[in-house]
Design a protein around this ligand. Structure first.
Ligand code: HEC
Ligand code: HEC
Ligand code: HEC
Ligand code: HEC
Ligand code: HEC
Ligand code: HEC
Length: 293
């Protein structure tokens, strides 16, 4: 009689434990002493509200390259030797490699807001002014990821992405635009764009002023959208008049009485008489567009 009771008790514990693992996480949380039919992963591993949630584990232990998980769940995440597929839950394209899973996402984009730690505030360095350079540009065309980060040839598994020993800090590596050389009769300006993480500033870039007649010392702050306005990159940063301030001994087409409403006279394809940039693809694009070009 006793033996049968113990058998039934054990039997029910196993049934409840396995059911709760597949389904209801609330039951699982209550089963403090559940028999360990799954010693691999802790309870709550599949529960977003649990401190043991696998997403949290991956973040805390910097396992973003997912190689650890692939060892048992298969390189295609379909189950592997674990016999448990990631794709049942991660149904978006690419499964757990989907570009909006670990960063972006909340915005429907692959880039922050929504940093790796979930932060969405512009003042957080992982967020900063991404949107201002991507979907809501004010001054220029969209700046591709590859102009600030090494382009990810091969996508998720590119060595330039997460790598074998990730620190969770994105690498900054400027592309062709920030390095645009401008020339004048007798010389040239060769930018040397630098990202300083301590001050969250970017300096010596073509885009933000390192060009002929530009504001060579401009250092916009990544976490402060107010640090860039008309006049920051060329002209007077205080008054906001964009009229370029001559900084060398060469030909200047600009007179000191020019204002934002004068520019259209020669740069009419870029800007109108109200001072509105009418073609963002022709501004901060590596060339000076004037007259009919
Ligand atoms: C040593 C092998 C092994 C490793 C490494 C491993 N898993 Fe598992 N995982 C398993 C096995 C086996 C199961 C099935 C256990 C069960 O359901 O009884 C499982 C189950 C899971 C489940 C539960 C599936 C469900 O439907 O509830 C998730 C989620 C999961 N693993 C995620 C991960 C993640 C994320 C990683 C990498 C951080 C990882 N696993 C690494 C072996 C492994
Ligand atoms: C039972 C459903 C389920 C299974 C199975 C599952 N996941 Fe998840 N996973 C989730 C949920 C839910 C989230 C949170 C998604 C979100 O925040 O948008 C998540 C988040 C993640 C994240 C994001 C971590 C971060 O930094 O935000 C990664 C990476 C991940 N899962 C990898 C895996 C891998 C690899 C497997 C298979 C080994 C797997 N998951 C299996 C439900 C699951
Ligand atoms: C104008 C330059 C610029 C562009 C364009 C840009 N980024 Fe970034 N990105 C940065 C800077 C600066 C950081 C912060 C680096 C640091 O923390 O030191 C960053 C950080 C990140 C991070 C890490 C977030 C975190 O939590 O720390 C991700 C992910 C990222 N960028 C993705 C992208 C993607 C995807 C694109 C293109 C869709 C993109 N970025 C375009 C400059 C840029
Ligand atoms: C499993 C989580 C995860 C997924 C999924 C993911 N990323 Fe990332 N991503 C990261 C991490 C972590 C970093 C910071 C890299 C580091 O530590 O150096 C990062 C950084 C980046 C950066 C900044 C440049 C760099 O490499 O440091 C870009 C751009 C980027 N990811 C694009 C993508 C794209 C495109 C996809 C989809 C193909 C993608 N990410 C999917 C975790 C992820
Ligand atoms: C009278 C015609 C004219 C007007 C008006 C004019 N520009 Fe220009 N601008 C030019 C020409 C021509 C160039 C190309 C000079 C060169 O290639 O050396 C130029 C070049 C520039 C450059 C590139 C840097 C440089 O000095 O070569 C900037 C920035 C610029 N203009 C901004 C402005 C702004 C802002 C206004 C209005 C405040 C303005 N311009 C009004 C003719 C004009
Ligand atoms: C992020 C830095 C930045 C800001 C902010 C900025 N500019 Fe420019 N601007 C540039 C660069 C870079 C050039 C091209 C200089 C070159 O190639 O020699 C340029 C060029 C110009 C030109 C010359 C035509 C051309 O080729 O685009 C005009 C006109 C101009 N800017 C007006 C403005 C006005 C008006 C504002 C404010 C609404 C403004 N700029 C804000 C960076 C900036």
């Amino acid at each position: 009689m006793k033996k049968i009771n113990i058998f039934y008790i054990l039997f029910f514990i196993v049934i409840i434990a396995s059911l709760s693992y597949v389904g209801c996480s609330e039951v699982q949380d209550n089963l403090v002493e559940a028999p360990n039919i799954d010693s691999l992963h802790p309870p709550g591993w599949a529960d977003t509200d649990s401190p043991n949630f696998h997403g949290q584990y991956i973040y805390d232990n910097k396992q973003w390259n997912l190689i650890l998980c692939q060892n048992c769940h298969g390189s295609n995440y379909q189950g592997g030797t674990a016999g448990s597929s990631c794709l049942t839950c991660h149904t978006s394209s690419g499964g757990p490699q989907n570009c909006r899973l670990c960063h972006g996402g909340a915005s429907g984009h692959s880039y922050p807001p929504k940093a790796l730690n979930g932060e969405t505030s512009v003042s957080y360095i992982g967020v900063g002014v991404h949107p201002n350079h991507l979907d809501s540009t004010q001054y220029s065309a969209e700046v591709p990821c590859g102009e600030c980060h090494t382009p990810l040839e091969g996508g998720f598994s590119s060595p330039a992405h997460i790598g074998n020993d990730p620190d969770g800090i994105a690498d900054i590596n400027f592309g062709a635009l920030a390095n645009t050389v401008t020339t004048y009769d007798g010389g040239e300006f060769v930018p040397n764009p630098v990202w300083d993480r301590n001050t969250a500033t970017c300096s010596n870039s073509y885009c933000h002023g390192y060009f002929k007649d530009g504001n060579l010392d401009a250092a916009p702050v990544w976490t402060n959208p107010e640090s860039v306005k008309c006049g920051s990159c060329h002209g007077d940063p205080v008054t906001g008049n964009p009229n370029p301030i001559p900084n060398g001994n060469f030909f200047h087409p600009h007179f000191s009485n020019f204002t934002i409403n004068t520019c259209y006279e020669c740069h009419g394809l870029v800007i109108n008489n109200a001072g509105v940039i009418i073609d963002k693809t022709k501004h901060v694009n590596g060339v000076v567009n004037f007259n009919s070009r």
